[in-house]
Write a protein that binds this ligand. Structure first.
Ligand code: ADP
Ligand code: ASP
Ligand code: MG
Length: 452
């Protein structure tokens, strides 16, 4: 099918019977929509992550299991074959409890955590199939782990795109037909040993893009709770407006710098095959949404704002850096060794300042490895500042038109700025703030840069 669309529905779009029904209507209204990727019901992954911490008391475990039961039960009560559906969910709840007790007894790790959190998507997708049948549409459940091959870096596994393509063409493509809709899971995958992995929090968008690439789809549709990508998070800035079209680069910058509406890796497979991505609201599809494409009609200096909280700033200084070579290489190799990805960088004669993000791993593992700091301290002085907010202005050619960048500086000067970065990309200007109310800063920047 040449116009094939892959549709992904996030947690709130499958969070209850009404939301699932709206999502169902979106799927059946597009005859090209034959493969559907879904997230766990809203709130479920957070509950599973809590269980996977290995720190819940027996009472807490039972309380969470009961909440998980309630979330799925209120969908089941609207459907047929309730006995079968209930048994299915109870089977998963039992496995979740058993795995949680193992995590408590033996100590948790990312592998057990991935096994526990994967139940969220496995349960929601099963109920979504039942909902299609309830409305008289044939649907087929597909275990994405048979095709979503990843490495074994549990909690933030890397997909193996070549293998995914071969497996998808072998096992998923033959199932696609006009008669049935395939419903599968986002977020989860498996390694070569068949062990369950996850792509990191919010990873279902990425799953849809990876499957879309493997299937050579014409479009990837990300259905969520907002009608498109906005000029900034509409929950924080009430005047934020939906953006009709964005380039892949702009969307990737926004996602990288914290716009949660798209997982940062989503654009990577789409770019490789130039597949347009649509972002819209499953509750209000009539409102339209955003198209993310290779190029757009306009390239405004200021397109959007993104916010990432809780950044860590590490300032490394050494008097011997003056005129020396190799200092930066040494610093970066230590960060690489401890798997800390550096975001912003700024250098002076004797020091370098870098920021790192807490990351998006499923287990939520955060923080700096103390061994890394010790290793850095062997050749420089190390100062760490935590909990800093980072605001990114996303746009185009900000420094190439006179007076444009000044507008941003004029506006930010009322806030305490700790670090500024511009230059590596023509698409972002980043301010690391000292502290303060980020919502005030975002609203002010939005008003000055994006509201006229
Ligand atoms: P889903 O569960 O459907 O994947 P997410 O919660 O991951 O949905 O992403 C949607 C949310 O992203 C919105 O509710 C909104 O609060 C937030 N968001 C952050 N920045 C933006 C932005 N620039 N445009 C739209 N939504 C944004
Ligand atoms: N359910 C997963 C999460 O909450 C993946 C996703 O929703 O994209 O992070
Ligand atoms: Mg999401």
């Amino acid at each position: 099918m040449t116009n094939l669309d892959i549709a992904k529905f996030g947690g709130t779009s499958v969070g209850n019977f009404e939301a699932m029904t709206s999502s169902y209507k979106v799927v059946v209204s597009n005859p090209n929509s034959r493969v559907v990727v879904i997230s766990a019901c809203s709130g479920v992954t957070n509950l599973l992550v809590e269980l996977a911490s290995g720190k819940c008391s027996n009472e807490k475990i039972d309380e969470i299991i009961s909440k998980l039961r309630d979330i799925h039960e209120q969908i089941i009560t609207h459907l047929e074959n309730q006995h079968e559906l209930r048994n299915f969910i109870e089977g998963h709840l039992k496995e979740i409890k058993d795995q949680t007790l193992v995590a408590n007894d033996k100590g948790t790790n990312d592998q057990i955590a991935d096994a526990i959190v994967s139940h969220g998507e496995l349960m929601s997708s099963f109920l979504f199939v039942a909902l299609f049948k309830h409305y008289g549409t044939d649907a087929q459940w597909f275990d994405v782990r048979t095709v979503m091959r990843t490495d074994s870096k549990f909690s933030c596994a890397k997909p193996n795109c070549d293998e995914i393509r071969v497996l998808t063409r072998d096992k998923l493509m033959p199932l696609i037909s006009d008669k049935t809709i395939i419903i599968t899971q986002g977020f989860i995958g498996s390694n070569t040993l068949g062990e369950t992995t996850t792509l990191g929090r919010g990873g279902s968008d990425y799953s849809a893009a990876l499957l879309g690439e493997a299937l050579d789809v014409a479009t990837i549709s990300i259905w969520t709770d907002v009608p498109g990508v906005f000029t900034t998070d509409p929950r924080v800035v009430k005047n934020a407006k939906p953006i009709p079209e964005l380039t892949y680069i702009e969307a990737a910058e926004m996602a990288n710098f914290g716009a949660k509406v798209l997982h940062p890796s989503t654009m990577v497979p789409a770019v490789r095959r130039a597949i347009p991505i649509f972002v819209g609201s499953s509750k209000e599809p009539e409102k339209g949404g955003t198209w993310v494409r290779p190029s757009t009609q306009t390239a405004p200096n200021f397109r959007a704002l993104a916010l990432r909280k809780n950044q860590t700033l590490i300032v490394l200084s050494s008097p011997v850096m003056v005129g020396a070579t190799g200092f930066l290489a040494n610093v970066f190799s230590v960060f690489a060794k401890y798997n800390h990805s550096i975001d912003l960088v700024s250098t002076s004669e004797i020091s370098i300042a870098v920021t790192i993000d807490g990351g998006t791993s499923t287990s939520g593992a955060q923080g700096l490895d103390p061994n890394m700091l010790k290793e850095l301290e062997q050749f420089c002085h190390v100062k760490v500042e935590q909990g800093l907010p980072l605001i990114a202005i996303i746009g185009n050619n900000m420094s190439e038109n006179n007076g444009v960048i000044t507008k941003a500086f004029d506006c930010i000067q009322q806030f305490s700025v700790r670090m500024i970065c511009y230059g590596a990309s023509r698409h972002n200007l980043c301010f690391l703030l000292k502290d303060g109310d980020t919502s005030v800063a975002l609203n002010e920047l939005h008003k000055q840069l994006l509201e006229d």
